[in-house]
Design a protein around this ligand. Structure first.
Ligand code: ADP
Length: 346
């Protein structure tokens, strides 16, 4: 298995920079997820690691070997694609065995590796079927099986669950997580889906417009987002952001000239206060800094998802216990606990 390092990697297409000097080390055995909005450069970065795309400048190392100029095959990485990329005329067994056959491995070795991959991926009953006779989830498992038998130095996944429906996506996600545990392999996984990123990753790399916005564990990024982009990208509903200015003491001034106590001396350069919807509570404190009218109340079973029109502060999203008797049109006061606030200078 392997550690993968990127040093100042840049990529331009026809003079347009789509990856702007990315440096990063993915540790041996780590599950690292590249996440970001569509077009931010996730796939391009992964394809450069795989060798499917040249780097414009910079360096890619696997362990201490410089692979920047190596052909994809020589990097000994396995990639799993969104489209599965299976051979339709071959059976599951033949698809999984294909790379081993090409490498002219002995028949017994091939049989043994295919059987083991089929067992790991619960494909034993499907080995003689063609891909067309499989569900999307099973096809993706075959694609993963094909990657496993090559015993690569690392696995690269490019949006592998995007073609699956929601239930299968959840199931296959759990399978990929358990595969990572059992193989203890280095895995780099690209997705635009923050739930996949949060649930699978040891470490998440948040990308935007070809640049790294922040790198950290799911918990670090969720609880300590370093900027407004990360704050809003992770979490659903999104973190509320409210314009704010320091009052020079332990408070911030919000739109509408409302003062919010933040329990500490406010940073001078503060421009925005953030608070997650689940951290806000509805209170009957008439002096609360934020008051508003419920303009949308959605019942989600375990919680109510509210949008509160808070006048000059705009719409505030709140998750409240569903037992509460809250209805659209009701006037409410919102409590923003000081220890749940995030401060940004942008
Ligand atoms: P993501 O995977 O985050 O959706 P991509 O890596 O696919 O983003 O693309 C990043 C940017 O590079 C996009 O603006 C995309 O249009 C551009 N791009 C990707 N591949 C090519 C290509 N072969 N030729 C020109 N532009 C490309």
């Amino acid at each position: 298995m392997a550690r993968i390092s990127l040093g100042n990697v840049c990529k331009s297409f026809k003079g347009l920079k789509v990856i702007k000097s990315v440096s990063l080390t993915v540790e041996d055995g780590e599950f690292c997820v590249f996440v970001g909005p569509s077009g931010c450069g996730k796939s391009t970065l992964l394809r450069m690691i795989a060798g499917l795309e040249d780097v414009t400048s910079g360096q890619i190392l696997i362990d201490d070997q410089d692979v920047t100029k190596l052909e994809p095959f020589d990097r000994q990485l396995s990639m799993v694609f969104q489209s599965y990329a299976l051979y339709p005329h071959l059976t599951v067994r033949q698809n999984i065995a294909f790379a081993l056959e090409t490498a002219k491995q002995p028949k017994e070795v091939i049989e043994c590796k295919v059987a083991e991959a089929a067992r790991t991926l619960k494909l034993e009953d499907y080995l003689d079927r063609r891909p067309s006779a499989l569900s999307g989830g099973q096809r993706q498992r075959v694609a993963i099986g094909r990657a496993i038998v090559r015993e690569p130095r690392a696995f690269l996944f490019d949006e592998p669950l995007s073609n699956l429906d929601a239930a299968l996506r959840g199931e296959t996600r759990v399978e990929i997580a358990s595969l990572h545990k059992s193989l203890a392999a280095t895995m780099i996984y690209v997705t635009h889906d923050q739930v996949e990123a949060m649930t699978l990753a040891d470490r998440i790399v948040v990308l935007n417009k070809g640049e790294i916005m922040q790198v950290g564990s799911p918990r670090e990024l969720y609880e300590h987002p370093g900027n407004v982009f990360v704050a809003q990208f992770l979490g659903s509903p999104r973190m509320n952001l409210i314009d704010a200015a320091s009052d020079g003491e332990a408070g911030v001034m919000l739109p509408g000239n409302q003062r919010l106590d933040i329990g500490q001396r406010s940073p001078e350069n503060i421009r925005t206060v953030g608070v997650r919807p689940e951290q806000i509570s509805i209170t009957d404190d008439g002096d609360a800094a934020i008051k508003g009218t419920i303009k949308l109340c959605e019942y989600h079973g375990s919680v109510l998802s509210l949008i509160v029109d808070a006048g000059p502060m705009g719409d505030i999203s709140v998750l409240a216990p569903s037992a509460g008797a809250l209805v659209e049109g009701a006037r409410v006061s919102l409590d923003l606990p000081a220890d749940a606030l995030h401060f940004f200078d942008e």
